[in-house]
Design a protein around this ligand. Structure first.
Ligand code: TEU
Length: 530
């Protein structure tokens, strides 16, 4: 697919760096550890890694609170370690995508230290400062995603500053051209080091209402209700002007060849697709989170796929995710048996898939003991669903002490079952979910119909999810049984079709007469005669 950009046929793999591989026995993953595991990623068959933040940070939000955008935090290693990692990844044909967090910095960033020093500081307007309300309280009713008011009073200068997340994550003022210019230079700094792209954190938050008007949708802001009960914030996300900023970020990335821009955007699909931008001048891939909260039901998922495919702008390239470091793991959302069928869904839908590390092992969501909780989100807003730590437990490499992740007690506990559920053990089991990921990833590499082919639903009935993937004269039919009961499927053609991949490997290569039956929770990729 020479004419296509690399990221259309690529499979991206999200690495949470603290939890992937510890190489210096401090219980926390690091860059050298990722380098050590590149052979695993090549064997698995992924094309790119997206690494969550590795920059200098007080780690109040584990790296999403950045104190220096152009330096590596010592807990992950040195800039030399990073330069070695990117050279070794490129030598193995793996692209490297970094996490860009432009919406807010750490309160320990030199920019904020200077901004808060005085009302007349040259950097005062790099952040969002407002006078107290007449009653001395916060300027308005905006809420933080981590609970409570989004305004922090600063006694030294008698004003409040806005923070969409922790009060140690002050929001930058993206209406200020100096902020824009400084952040463009951050992108150039990393692209000059051959970084292949960026996943932009909370890109839909970048522009806030300048009048700081109260959010009428949530008049009881001071009752401290969790943000998730609050309605979509009216004045702090998805403002029309944000698309000008997105287009500017894209122009900056386009100064370098073949670089990818991914946007983290939690919005309904009709607002999500606006981030492809006018004339596709926005982000290449606005993350599609539709499957994060999906019910495991064929009709529902078919509706999500149809809604998304129909909403895409002409030429907009789709993408899908099953999980990330902020959401409960897929294996616990749909159940371990269905996790294999979910993997086949992710890796056979049209568009670029992003695998969350550990999901290829079917790692479960872990219920972290209260005394081991690390995530501020869990602590600040207890009882909101499940905390995020449970989806960030150490990667399980083998059955040795600490699962081969570290030689000391890791920063978070290992998931239950790690002694049998790890790379070394599953790699030896032809029917394991790890080998299903591997077989599908390698099938994608040799089957354009799967990686860049077209999508067309094969409407059968409501318990089977079935769709065509076609490219030139290659025609595949993907059939997923989302129920735990056997289901039969009559193929349109009577001619012989062949099973390329089944979720349990036991039927790979079988010829199908004309009707195929699927056991409960089974998935098949079928090669149809052209
Ligand atoms: O998350 C953005 C986001 O939507 C969060 O508000 C999410 O809803 C929250 O984590 C609760 O699930 C990004 C990062 O992915 C997240 O890890 C950071 O904590 C957050 O931004 C602030 O940078």
């Amino acid at each position: 697919n020479g004419s296509r950009p690399w990221w259309e046929s690529a499979v991206i793999y999200q690495i949470y760096p603290r939890s992937f591989q510890d190489s210096n026995d401090d219980g926390v993953g690091d860059l050298k550890g990722i380098s050590q595991r590149l052979p695993y990623l090549v064997d698995l068959g992924v094309d790119a890694i997206w690494i969550s933040p590795i920059f200098r940070s007080p780690m109040k939000d584990f790296g999403y609170d950045i104190a220096d955008y152009v330096d590596i935090d010592p807990i992950f290693g040195t800039m030399a370690d990073f330069e070695r990692l990117i050279a070794q990844a490129h030598a193995r044909g793996i692209k490297v995508i970094l996490d860009f967090v432009p919406n807010h910095s750490s309160d320990q960033h030199a920019w904020f230290v200077e901004s808060r020093a005085s009302r007349n500081s040259p950097k005062r307007d790099w952040y969002i400062w407002r006078d107290p309300a007449p009653d001395g309280g916060p300027p308005n009713n905006w809420m933080s995603d981590f609970g409570g008011s989004a305004w922090q009073f600063d006694p030294a200068t008698g004003q409040y500053y806005y923070h969409a997340f922790l009060n140690s994550q002050p929001d930058l003022n993206w209406r200020n051209p100096e902020v824009v210019a400084a952040m463009q230079d951050v992108l150039r700094f990393w692209m000059q080091k051959d970084v292949d792209g960026f996943r932009v954190d909370v890109i839909w938050h970048l522009i806030k209402d300048e009048q700081c008007r109260d959010n009428p949708l949530n008049p009881n802001h001071r009752d401290g209700r969790p943000p998730h009960e609050a309605l979509i914030p009216l004045y702090t996300t998805d403002l029309p002007e944000v698309h000008d900023v997105v287009a500017m970020l894209r122009r900056t990335v386009d100064e370098f060849p073949d670089r990818l821009l991914i946007g983290e955007i939690y919005l309904p699909v009709e607002r999500l697709v606006a981030y492809y931008g006018r004339d596709l001048g926005g982000v290449h891939l606005p993350f599609n989170f539709a499957l994060l909260n999906a019910r495991w039901d064929a009709k529902h998922i078919q509706a999500l796929i149809t809604e998304y495919e129909e909403a895409l702008p002409k030429g907009g390239w789709p993408n899908w995710v099953l999980g990330n470091h902020d959401r409960p793991r897929i294996a616990s959302r749909v159940g371990r048996r269905q996790a294999a069928t979910a993997a086949m869904l992710l890796l056979t839908l049209r568009g670029t898939p992003t695998i969350y590390y550990g999901d290829e092992l079917g790692m479960p969501q872990v219920d972290i003991p209260r005394d081991r909780v690390r995530d501020p989100f869990e602590r600040n807003v207890p009882g909101i669903g499940v905390g995020r730590d449970g989806a960030r437990t150490p990667m399980q490499w083998d059955a040795s002490e600490h699962a081969g992740f570290s030689r000391v007690d890791p920063w978070l506990p290992l998931a239950d079952g790690w002694r049998s559920n790890n790379v070394a053990t599953l790699r030896e089991d032809a029917r394991s979910i790890l080998n299903l990921y591997r077989r599908l990833l390698h099938l994608r590499k040799q089957t354009p119909a799967l990686s860049v082919g077209s999508y067309r639903p094969y409407v059968v009935d409501e318990d089977l999810l079935a769709y065509y993937r076609e490219f030139n004269d290659s025609r595949l039919l993907v059939v997923l049984n989302l129920t735990d009961r056997p289901q039969a499927l009559k193929l349109e053609e009577d001619a012989h079709a062949r099973i390329l991949v089944s979720t349990e490997a036991k039927r790979d290569g079988d010829l199908i007469p004309g009707t195929v039956t699927l056991t409960g929770d089974e998935g098949l990729v079928i090669d149809l005669p052209s």
